[in-house]
Design a protein around this ligand. Structure first.
Ligand SMILES: Nc1ncnc2c1ncn2[C@@H]1O[C@H](CSCC[C@H]([NH3+])C(=O)O)[C@@H](O)[C@H]1O
Length: 336
């Protein structure tokens, strides 16, 4: 297993091909075309409006990397592609390519060398922490399906512990809003305050309307660092937010969160949290590179690091759990 092997070098240097191929298949709706059953390259090319040669080569590539299966020249969907990449599936998440593989994001990877030398993003003004970072609306419009398992998991936890009670929940940096909205869907008495930039909250507001929870959904636009959160919350959600900032900013924000909670309240923190070795599990551990490329000081913090920040902010009871079907972990912190 530890024999020297150059294949990983070739595969890693051309890994951009995988991104391009999957993005193309999503754009061309290849997976949706295969939703009704197997098709060969000719029929797929007609269905998707492409050349036959292009479709044959794309589909062979997608078969090699595990999104399609091939039998007697006909392609069919693997279970993952069927559930997540066919637009007719309720779990469709092809939209996430619009953020994860956006040109603006991919362009930053042209100069990893520079970011490593510099120790932070080469994007202007702190990259994704800049108030005008253009991609947050795109994130809100595209990333909700990816967060669904974690949103369900959090809402179930909250509902199990607090069935029937009137809850006040603050969703900090709400984005698409699905974390708060899912709690509101499960708990008819829960009131949600969604906090984010105004332009992003427009997307969350629309999602709250669609979910039919708009009567219990209030918007709190502005910068999370300076806006007044209000008080007496039972839960404050900090999902995929702290990783953008350095430890000092996280400490300041967590203290502000502690102050806005009821004495028995809890903060629910969802994030990419690697093990203490920082190299496992893979998705959480490699997320640190995403933060290097897009922020000045962000990181994939370990549980020990989060515990230190949370303890400093006055949270004495900190528990971490893995989220099923998600690379994320949940930290629930309270004083109780
Ligand atoms: N300073 C800030 N104040 C409020 N929101 C911010 C700030 N900086 C970034 N954001 C928002 O932080 C979000 C990060 S993405 C996370 C969205 C959502 N909580 C989720 O877990 O999927 C984006 O919606 C940004 O608009």
């Amino acid at each position: 297993m530890n024999e020297p092997n150059p294949v990983i070098i070739f595969e890693t240097l051309n890994a951009f091909q995988r991104t391009g191929a999957l993005k193309a298949a999503i754009e061309l709706k290849v997976f949706t075309a295969l939703g009704a059953g197997p098709l060969d390259a000719n029929s797929l090319a007609t269905a998707c409006g492409t050349s036959v040669r292009g479709m044959r080569i794309l589909c062979d590539y997608l078969t090699v990397i595990g999104f399609l299966e091939k039998a007697h020249a006909a392609y069919s969907l693997t279970p993952t592609a069927a559930v997540f990449l066919d637009q007719n599936s309720p779990h469709y998440m092809g939209s996430v390519a619009g953020f994860v593989a956006a040109d603006e994001i991919m362009d930053t990877y042209r100069d990893v060398t520079g970011a490593v030398r510099h120790g932070g993003t080469l994007l202007p003004g702190g990259g994704s922490t800049h108030v005008d970072f253009s991609l947050w609306v795109e994130f809100a419009k595209t990333m909700a399906p990816m967060m669904k398992p974690a949103a369900d998991f959090i809402a179930n936890l909250v509902a199990e512990k607090h069935a029937g009670s009137r809850l006040r929940v603050l969703d900090v940096a709400a984005g698409h809003g699905m974390f708060g909205i899912t709690i509101a869907e499960q708990m008819p008495d829960a009131e949600i305050v969604a906090q984010d930039y105004q332009r992003v909250l427009a997307v969350a507001e629309q999602n709250a309307d669609i979910a039919g929870v708009q009567d219990r959904y209030t918007l709190l636009p502005g910068d999370a660092m300076s806006v007044d959160f209000g008080s007496d919350y039972d839960f404050i959600l900090l999902t995929n937010f702290l990783h953008h900032f350095g430890v000092d900013t996280c400490n300041t924000l967590l203290k502000k969160v502690r102050f806005a909670l009821k004495p028995q309240g809890a903060v629910i923190l969802l994030d990419f949290i690697p093990n203490e070795d920082r190299v496992s599990p893979p998705t959480a551990a490699t997320f640190a590179l995403t933060m290097l490329m897009s922020t000045d000081q962000g990181d994939a913090y370990t549980f020990a690091e989060y515990k230190q920040m949370l303890t400093a902010a006055g949270f004495s009871n900190n528990q971490m759990v893995d989220v099923p079907n998600s690379p994320s972990r949940l930290v629930i912190s309270s004083n109780a």
